[in-house]
Design a protein around this ligand. Sequence first.
Ligand SMILES: Cc1cc2nc3c(=O)[nH]c(=O)nc-3n(C[C@H](O)[C@H](O)[C@H](O)COP(=O)(O)OP(=O)(O)OC[C@H]3O[C@@H](n4cnc5c(N)ncnc54)[C@H](O)[C@@H]3O)c2cc1C
Length: 466
Amino acid sequence: MSTPIHELFAALRGKFTGHLLRPEDSGYGDARKIWNAMVERQPGLIARCADVADVQLAVKSAAAAGVLTAVRCGGHSLAGFSSCDDGLVIDLSRMRSASMDAAARRARFAGGSLLGTVDTVTQQAGLVFPAGVVSHTGAGGLVLGGGTGWLTRMFGLSCDNVEGFTLVTADGSIVHASGRENADLFWALRGGGGNFGVVTEFEVRLHPLNSVLLATSYCIGDDIFRILRDWREFMPGAPDSLKWNISLRLAPSTPAIPAEIRGKPAASLSLAWFGEPEEGNRCIERAFSIGKHFARTKETMSFLALQTMADADFPHGRRYYTKSGYFTALDDRTVQIMVDALPSIPSPNTQIELAYLDGAAGRVAASETAFGDRSAPFIMNLLADWVDPKGDAANVAWVRDLFAALRPAMKPGVYVNFMSGDEQDRVPEAYHERWERMVKVKSHYDPTNFFRLNQNVLPKNAQRKE
Ligand SMILES: Cc1cc2nc3c(=O)[nH]c(=O)nc-3n(C[C@H](O)[C@H](O)[C@H](O)COP(=O)(O)OP(=O)(O)OC[C@H]3O[C@@H](n4cnc5c(N)ncnc54)[C@H](O)[C@@H]3O)c2cc1C
């Protein structure tokens, strides 16, 4: 143990009511792991906080000892920001709980909650909080970065539905931010990620919803291009009740997929409809009428089934690398570059994920929250996903090369939650004209950049350390 970590452990021991794990302790090996196996870190100490007082103690003590500190909720940071070598991990996994006032359509959840923690509580009253599409993702990181998912077009981003945050700031104080209190901080927390403190409680608005009509299919060959053309033209006028995502990938080699298309470049379509079934059926059949569709499904399912259906597709412990961007429009050349890249995908799990945002999220003014661009509705995430470390170079290169080819057509900007760990230079791009305001809020609440393991906003007069 290095000296600062030793000092930190001594400061916490006896006062910290949660669980402290050092490298020699049993359970440390599992506790240090995060979702993305590409990021292997050996923290000097993991502090599993039991409550807000533990968070305050950990922050104050780490700041005093000058120990590099990471904050972990669900551990799903694609960039691996929720761990570090030799430093402290403030692990919020024991602070997972949610409660709701169904009549007021409001919920509160603790800073370590997963999406599933929130959904299982709110669905008891047929209510939803709009968030992401995999239930084992941490709500902490997802909401603070923005939060897109099936309900973005219906109800806005996750951060658009937050009414208040309680956080422990860099000096260990407890601060509340809402539309009425610390309004600048409230603005910055809605999209600004983990830059401003450890959020211990989120207060959010809920919406009524308990079922969804979901249709899926695969198209191959020339139909990939035809479907993408139709999608890009249809979505700008589509009702908010429709969320239609397309992933370009190699068709999976699973029993549900016909043998004739397995392993072939394909467009995987998912259409979720949240309105009147009749209109939804019309939208779905219209989409299915273009080209030949394989492995077609259409079913009404519970919201909880929708929220957990992709859980097994993105397991903990595989290797992941990502790059993301926005497009105002998808021209033929851009589509062609994506389609041309499919045959050389190095891993069967890798995908070009495409979604059309807009809807309720697009109607929030750009100045209302720190979250990045809302004017370029097409969002693309290149997500490489593989198992064998020997595949690292090929998978990372495939993403980087494709990104470089597509970059000229993108609108500058990036969603911070879809960034990899080697893109710190793109953070100002994520906030555009909001950058100066972000720096001002950061400089006020975290002048020494204590919270720096994130898509980092450097405070005025601070030097970049790691
Ligand atoms: C399988 C998978 C599915 C995903 N699906 C979606 C999706 O549908 N929509 C979407 O928008 N994004 C999605 N993402 C991206 C996701 O939003 C980010 O990876 C996010 O950072 C995950 O949050 P986490 O709490 O699990 O991360 P962690 O790794 O725990 O933390 C990530 C960052 O957030 C900060 N942070 C986390 N909790 C707190 C807190 N309570 N207080 C202060 N800072 C905190 C950390 O310091 C760190 O910088 C997905 C990611 C994965 C891996």
